[in-house]
Design a protein. Structure first.
Ligand code: TRP
Length: 341
């Protein structure tokens, strides 16, 4: 094991990855690949906790893999894999179920919210946080980058780890820490710059720029972006200027230029039309190679699958031995190993 900190990130294979996700999160993951030992797991088993269309789930899972690779997750530096490819996850969930009191799960706010919206609540939905605890604990991850909505689940994973440790051996599992990730850039909706750009509204025309949008569509979305009735191109936290501020923020995040240099680039703009066009152009240029690589991978399933298989192999090399140690600690008889060793 290397002495770099282990980080485990779980990502749901839902579609509609957009500019806000990219600038706010994915770009940071790509940049941080050298600092820490990263596991990026596409959590398809978690998706099954709500009813799914099988074709759609399969497509979204592979599409997310291709997207993350295209965006710069480098399989030589990080481990990117599909959760269901490493059978230890489902097995660890069972073992951890048997140390987790039901009451802990019934108290989870996400379970209460999601189950209130379902006519028939699946057992998997209740068990979702135990599967997630298994994801994390199998790798002895130190850090788990999550948004606010997932913090309670990471805290539950800590409770489960501590209970397992007290039952079966102190220091068996690393007790993970939730990390609210440093936000790269907070990108707001183009149609409403007072709300964060969101996957849930990504289907609404003009709200989000999806990573796979065609250049002409991206230009159109920016041209329709909501601004204000003035003409001042400035960074500002005045709610009135939220639209212009958002456009400048996107430009700043992509070019990496300081604010003064960003403003200098628009010093000769004749109104917001030029601003919108300038921002759209840097977005289009940034996304072009990502799209191209994504299309290549989606058209070459063998290449995509082999990259994901390498990731699954690396993940399994950590997770399977840990699973065996869990079984042993809990009193299960291990089968003789095939090599006899
Ligand atoms: N529940 C997380 C979400 O919805 C996804 C997830 C599954 C996860 N397993 C994980 C996140 C393990 C971090 C660690 O975002």
């Amino acid at each position: 094991m290397s002495d770099r900190k282990r980080v485990f990130s779980g990502i749901q294979p839902t579609g509609n990855i957009h500019l806000g996700n990219y600038l706010g999160a994915v770009k940071n993951w790509v940049a941080a690949q050298d600092e820490k030992e990263n596991y990026f797991c596409i959590v398809d088993l978690h998706s099954l906790t709500l009813p799914q269309d099988p074709q759609e789930l399969r497509f979204q899972t592979r599409s997310l893999g291709a997207m993350l690779l295209a965006a710069g997750i480098d399989p030589r530096k990080s481990t990117l894999f599909i959760q269901s490819h490493v059978t230890a996850h489902a097995e660890a969930c069972w073992l951890l179920n048997c140390v987790t009191p039901l009451g802990w799960l019934q108290r989870m706010t996400q379970f209460k919210d999601k189950s209130a919206r379902q006519e028939s609540v699946l057992t998997g939905l209740l068990d979702y946080p135990v599967l997630m605890a298994g994801d994390i604990l199998l790798y002895d991850a130190h850090e788990v980058p999550v948004g606010d909505d997932q913090k309670q689940h990471v805290e539950l994973a800590r409770d489960i780890a501590q209970r397992f440790n007290s039952l079966f051996g102190e220091e068996f599992f690393v007790v993970p820490e939730p990390k609210i990730p440093a936000v790269g850039a907070r990108v707001m909706g183009l149609d409403d710059p007072t709300v964060k750009m969101s996957k849930s509204y990504a289907h609404i025309r003009g709200h989000a720029v999806r990573l796979l949008d065609e250049p002409a569509e991206i230009m159109r979305s920016f041209k329709r972006a909501v601004t204000d009735s003035g003409r001042e191109i400035i960074f500002s936290d005045d709610p009135e200027k939220a639209g212009v501020n958002n456009l400048l923020g996107i430009y700043k995040a992509i070019t990496g230029k300081p604010e003064a240099a960003v403003l200098a680039d628009f010093a000769h703009a004749r109104g917001y039309g030029d601003l919108k066009k300038g921002v759209a152009e840097v977005v289009i240029d940034m996304l072009a190679p990502i799209r191209q690589r994504y299309d290549q991978l989606m058209q070459d399933p063998a290449e995509l699958d082999s990259l994901l298989a390498v990731g699954a192999g690396q993940a399994a090399a950590v997770a399977m031995p840990k699973l065996a140690r869990m079984k042993e600690a809990m009193g299960l008889v291990l089968p003789p190993s095939p090599a006899g060793g």
